[in-house]
Design a binder for this molecule. Sequence first.
Ligand SMILES: *Cc1c(COP(=O)(O)O)cnc(C)c1O
Length: 234
Amino acid sequence: MNEIAHNLAQVQHKILAATERCGRAPEEVTLLAVSKTKPVSALAEAIAAGQRAFGENYVQEGVDKIRYFAENGEEALEWHFIGPLQSNKSRLVAEHFDWCHTVDRLRIATRLSEQRPVERPPLNVLIQINISDEQSKSGIALSELETLASDVAALPGLVLRGLMAIPAPEPDYEHQLAVCQKMAAAFELLKNRYATVDTLSLGMTDDMDAAIAAGSTMVRIGTAIFGARDYSAR
Ligand SMILES: *Cc1c(COP(=O)(O)O)cnc(C)c1O
């Protein structure tokens, strides 16, 4: 087994253990492999080991990888855009990705909807919540969710699938869990309101257990699969 396949198996085992601890079914949690800055060779190893869903943060880098694997006959992959999205890059996301996790304003959502090619299924979107209320992070406050959700749900080129958050680092499990439970409560309310809502994108390498205990349905894991990132080439 190569290193990436080994790491993937270990992460899957951790997801299994975390779901068992809180009495959830392992199928309720999707593993999104966050492959930003990693070469296509690393993704190819993950694909060979059975991984299908990939998360990318930089639009052009993601599009290059999507094209590469499409040209190499890998059709069954699912591509998630998880980085901050600027208006001038929305078209590339709308045309190439399957999901966008970082919708945090109506202007971007409207552009994504208009730019989504009609021959493709609607773009799956998550509304990003700034759950730790950090000045520097993107995402809306929970108080703004009701309005943005109803606006996004009405856009024909998008399907509202749920919520995403990047909680600030917390000192311990109990604090992580408290933040994740706030997200889970908002997710439950949204799910009751919209039949299309089924996804809570929450949990990274360091807070995955708390996120799963709270009710996350999609964990975004980079470092534990692909190793530390090298940003020097960017
Ligand atoms: C980079 C990134 C991840 C993965 O983080 P790791 O700590 O490497 O697991 C998850 N979500 C988002 C939004 C990211 O930007």
